[in-house]
Design a protein around this ligand. Sequence first.
Ligand SMILES: N[C@@H](CCC(=O)N[C@@H](CS)C(=O)NCC(=O)O)C(=O)O
Length: 204
Amino acid sequence: MLKIYHVKGTRAVRVIWLCEELKVPYEVQVIDFSPDYRNSPEWRSISPTGKVPAMTDGDLTMFESGAMADYVYEKYGNGELGGNLMTADGALCRQWCWFAEATFARPLGEIVNHNRVAPSGQVVDFVIEDCKVRAKTCISAIEEVVSQSDYLVGNTFSMADIMNGYSLMLADNFEVLTEEFPSTRAYYERLGERPGFQIAKDAG
Ligand SMILES: N[C@@H](CCC(=O)N[C@@H](CS)C(=O)NCC(=O)O)C(=O)O
């Protein structure tokens, strides 16, 4: 069975949510998020940079939430929620999946990291503001699409919505998902009604 190493609110939400949508059995192993544990040889043997999430499936051990989602989809998805990469819809789905982590989550993660590593009193407002501007550019890209369709790839819910739903959750937490983006807010609320997202957000 899939084992998803998790800490509440981390990118493991994506993988748990996908498993819920696809009805793939999984177990959640909550780990200690302290720097000490994440630097330990035990955790580094599973996740070499000490980050969360990670996942095992039998002898296979993986890190990177997007790769885990791809694996779950390819192995257990029966073509649901991702389509065929060699079709336009399948290609756009992968485009939005990569966008969610490589482009959209990046400035949001930098806000977390900067707040965490800057010595007390030395958080640089400009850095935070710049990250917020970059995140808003990403939300504008989403806004353009979801003002015309229910989901990121037409009107069919897909893995792209799971990957970006988590990034929007971070954006909402950082108050970057503002009233400037009414269609994205409505889209995010639509995603929030899905039981799989609720279960994944509450897990851990
Ligand atoms: N690209 C990685 C990012 C993993 C990541 O940054 N995870 C965060 C939690 S959501 C983390 O472990 N942060 C602690 C750190 O960076 O030291 C993925 O998608 O899995």
